[in-house]
Design a protein around this ligand. Sequence first.
Ligand code: DMJ
Length: 643
Amino acid sequence: MVFRKLPGVSASGMGLRLSQKFVFLLFLSGLVTLCFGALFFLPDSVRLKRIFLSKTDTQPVTVGSGSENDAKEHLKRAKDQEHLRGITSGKGETSTKLKSLSRKPSVSHEATEERLAGGKAQEDLTLFRSKAESASERATFSNHGASSDTFSYNKFKQCLLKAPLGREQGRPSDPRTAERRDKVKEMMKFAWDNYKRYAWGKNELRPLTRNGHIGNMFGGLKGATIIDSLDTLYIMGMTEEYNDAKEWVQTSLDLNSNGEASLFEVNIRYVGGLLSAYYLTGEELFKKKAMELGEKLLPAFNTPTGIPRGVINLGSGTSWSWGWASAGSSILAEFGTLHLEFVHLSELSSNAIYKEKVMNIRKLLSKIEKPHGLYPNFLSPVSGNWVQHHVSIGGLGDSFYEYLIKSYLMSDKTDEEAKKMYYSALEAIEANLVQKSPGGLTYMAEWRGGILDHKMGHLACFSGGMIGIGADDGVPEKRQHYLDLAAEITHTCHESYTRSATKLGPEAFRFDGGAEATATRLSDRYYILRPEVIESYMYMWRLTHDPKYREWGWEAVEALEQHCRVDSGFSGIRDVYATTVGHDNMQQSFFLSETLKYLYLLFSDDDLLPLEDWVFNTEAHPLPIIRDSCLQDGGAQDKTVSE
Ligand code: DMJ
C-alpha cells in the first residue's frame, strides 16, 4: 500500500486521512489478534506460550523430573529440572483454591495425547471420566479438609491390638542387640543434628558443603527431612528433637507454595509423614496439615481417566506428565502408590473423595488387559491404555505391587480385590521375571515387551520383604514357597552388598556377561543411602527370627559408618567398588525416614510398631490398620492400650 501526503494533514498523523487511519488500525488490531490466537496452536512446550497465557488458560507443559523410583531417570532428571526451573521462574504467584479444584484440561492438549496414546479403551473411559469429574466437582463444593471432628483419636487407639511402642519402647533384652540399636540411634542423632545445624528448614542436608538443598521435587515445599523424620524421632524417643520438628511444622511449614511437585513424592513423604506423626502422637496439627496438603493434590486427578499425571503445581492445581515419560504417560509406581495415604485421608476427614480417587485407579487397573498378566510401567491418563510394555519390580513399577498387598493388610484383610490383584501379579512375576543365575542366585529381571533384561535395581530389593509379608495370605500351600522366595531374593540383595569393596550395594546389578549380582556399568555403581535391602532384612527378621538378618543389618551399619559418614552428616557414594570413595554430598531425607528406621526396628523387639497393627508406607511411615468393625462399635471397650 502507498500512502500519499495530503494537504492539511499533520506530520503526527503520518500524512494519513481519517478513513485510511481507520483501515490501518483495523489491520493492526487484526494482526495482533491473529498473533495472540496463534499462541494457542503452539505446542505446550513453547516458552512463549507460557509467558503470554495465564496459568488458568494454558495447559501444562510436559516437562518434569524423574521419580525417585528410577535410578536411570534420576540421572535424566537434572536436565529436565533445569528446564523446569526456567519455566517456573516466569510464573505468577496466585490462584484460588476453588479455581484449582475445578480446572479441567483443555481439549486440544487432550486430543494430542489421545492421538499419541491411541484410543482403544474409549468406551470404558467415558465411565471413568464421568466418575472422575463428578468426584472432583464434589471436591470443589464439599466441606473437606481440616475441620473433621468425626474421627476420634481415642476410639482409634482403642482399636489397636497392641501399644504402638511396645514394652520399654521395643528395647531388646539381649545386650548386644541393645547396643547395636543404640548405635543406630546415635547415627540418627548425628544425621539430624547436622541437618539442624546446616540445613534447617531446607529439604536435605549437603554434608560436605554444609548447606541445605531444596531441589524441585516437592514444588516449593520445604523441610522434607523434618517431615520424613518426625516418626523416626518419636519412636526412637528423641523427645527434644521431635519437639523441634513439631514446632517447625507449627510455625514454618507453609503449604501455600506454587511450584511443580511430584505428586508421588509429596504424597509418600509429606502426606505419609504427617499422617503417621498424627497417628502416633494424636497431635491435631499433623492431621490438619495432612488434610490441607491432601486437598491440594486432588486436581492432579482431573484427567479423562482419573489417572493422575505425575507433576502438579501445588498453587494452581495444573498438572502434567513428566517430560521423559513417553507420550504423556503416567508412571505405574507413581499413580499406583497413593492408595494407603488417600484411604487414610478419607478416614480422617470423613470425606470419601480421596478413597474414590484411588479406587478409580484400582478399577481401571483391575479391568485393563495385562500382557502375560503383567503391569507395564507407563499408562496414558487420557486413553487408559498402556503406552509401552516395560515391566519392572524396581524403578517405575516397584511400590505399585507393594501397595496392593499393603492395601489388603491395611484394610484388616477385607480388601479382597487388592489381594486378588496382588497374588495374580505375583504369579505373573514369578512366571515371567523371576530367574536363577548360573551361580544359584534368585533375582527379578526386567521385561521389555517379552525380552528379559537380566538386571535388578537396588529399588527392587524391597520385594524380599513384600513377598515375605504377603506369604501368609495367599493359598496356604504356597506359604512356605513365598517365604522361601522372599528369603532367596533378600539373600541375592545381600550378595550385591558383600560383592562390593565397600559392602554397600550398587544402584543396579546384573546377571549377564559373566556378572553375578554386580554392577557392570560405571553409571550403576553409586549408592545414595537407599533403604530397600535393609527394609527386607527387617521384614525377614520379623517373619523368621533368623539371626542372619540382624548380622546383615549390622554389616550395613558398619559400612555406612565407614564410607558414608563424613564430618557433617551422611552422604551417598559414587562407586561402591572403589576402595577410596567419592561422596555425592547429599543426605537424602529417606535415609532418616527409612534406612535408619528400618535398622532401628531390626534391632528392636517386634512389639515396637507391631505388624498386627501397622503397615509402613513406601517411605516407611507407619499407618494403622483400619478396623472398621471396631471403630463402628465404638472401640474395643475391654482393651486398654497404653504406651
Ligand atoms: C523412597 O523414597 C521410597 O522408598 C520409594 O518408594 C522408592 N525410593 C526411595 C528410597 O530409595
